[in-house]
Design a protein around this ligand. Structure first.
Ligand code: MRU
Length: 368
């Protein structure tokens, strides 16, 4: 398991370069917020909670760089830094973290040096809270996962997509720690291969029995009874219970429903956007060459027309439950989302302690 990103005591940020995995495990250290923005853009750091933590640390680096003489100058510099860091539009964790850092700066002391200290502390807290939220997701999922189950996932929502444990990673690791015999099927996840490169790598490192399949094999493995449930991550969970996640998630959810396989989404509170419905989400479209090429080689006509959305939206009727740090929400809908998260929170709001956790899983609710 990896500490994907970390604030070091010399006020630099260290992270694993995920573009090199699994062939090399290399770390990059920086003291510049623009380097963090670049890392998010080129996906050296990726996965919604990890880019949120990175953006928080990027804001703290910006505060250190700013040379601001007044609080107003600092806020101006931080506002520009937030715009620089928001380089991917879909995962809400990014704006969640930059907004939270801006709010902390505004509410902080009038003295610039004290505000900078506070922002460093806030960035560290965002990262630490992510570790704790993932742990609670894993614990909350235990009631849904049975001994010996094989879990289908897509993309990478493991430790590399968060600060430490992962969301799907926590579900699998906590269940495997308890039962010792959880297995994983990882879909390769074209075009960036996060499943093949990252999920397979990190679960194999942990000694978890992991099988790689191509995205097109999902229907076949479901029909053959090789999979007991699906657990996927999320980039943005909307007030309606719709889930935005890696392209291919929607297809997997439809296929799971057809085969009667439970479809679970695991995500922290920082991924919930109670201000938006599906029509408000901007789906990132990435470089066509991601689809035209594999390992730097064209696999099609170099001028081929390409459509390359990085994410899709799965409607709540295909989702058996959303597993969060606050509790398990079976058969999600707008009303249950409001009960668990309130109508405006939690964008930029700190998480509640474990003792406040709710469970919204009325006993008459059945799995899909
Ligand atoms: O494009 P990526 O690799 O950043 O996409 C990541 C995903 O879609 C993950 O499933 C999601 O961010 C959840 S990570 C815990």
């Amino acid at each position: 398991m990896f500490r994907t990103i970390e604030w070091l005591d010399d006020n630099t940020v260290q992270y694993i370069d995920q573009t090199k995995l699994p062939l090399a495990v290399e770390q990059i250290t920086t003291s510049e917020h623009e380097r963090i923005a670049h890392a998010i853009r080129v996906m050296e750091i990726r996965g919604a909670p990890a880019i949120g933590a990175a953006a928080g640390m990027g804001m703290a680096l910006a505060a250190l760089e700013s040379r601001a003489k007044s609080k107003e100058e600092l806020i101006e510099y931080l506002t520009r830094a937030a715009a620089t860091l928001n380089v991917r539009p879909t995962a809400v964790n990014l704006t969640w973290a930059t907004n939270r850092m801006l709010q902390a700066a505004r509410a902080g002391p009038s003295n610039v040096a004290d505000t900078i200290r506070l922002l460093i502390q806030e960035a560290r807290e965002i990262a630490e809270e992510d570790v704790q939220m993932c742990r609670r997701i894993g614990e909350n999922a235990l009631s849904l996962i049975k001994p010996g189950w094989t879990i289908q996932t897509i993309c990478n929502a493991g430790s590399l997509a968060t600060v430490y444990l992962g969301t799907v990673g926590a579900v699998i690791r906590v269940a495997n720690d308890k039962y010792g015999n959880i297995k994983v099927y990882a879909a390769e996840t074209r075009p960036r291969q996060q499943g093949a490169r990252l999920t397979v790598f990190e679960f194999m490192q942990d000694g978890i029995d992991t099988t790689l399949i191509t995205d097109g094999m999902i229907g076949t493995v479901f029909r053959q009874g090789r999979v007991n449930c699906c657990v996927v991550g999320a980039d943005r969970i909307l007030r309606t219970g719709h889930v935005t996640n890696k392209i291919g998630t929607y297809t997997m959810a439809i296929t799971a429903k057809y085969h009667g396989i439970p479809f679970y989404v695991a995500a922290p509170t920082s991924t919930v956007d109670m201000a938006s419905g599906p029509e408000d989400v901007v789906i990132e479209e990435r470089d066509p060459d991601e689809v035209r090429m594999i390992n730097g080689q064209y696999i099609t006509v170099p001028t081929a027309k390409v459509y390359n959305p990085a994410f899709d939206i799965t409607p709540p009727e295909l989702i058996s439950a959303i597993i969060t740090d606050r509790g398990v929400l079976r058969k999600p809908n707008e009303e249950k989302m409001k009960r668990l998260f309130g109508s405006s929170a939690p964008r930029g709001v700190k998480t509640s302690p474990a003792s406040d956790q709710l469970r919204v899983d009325s006993s008459d609710d059945r799995e899909l």
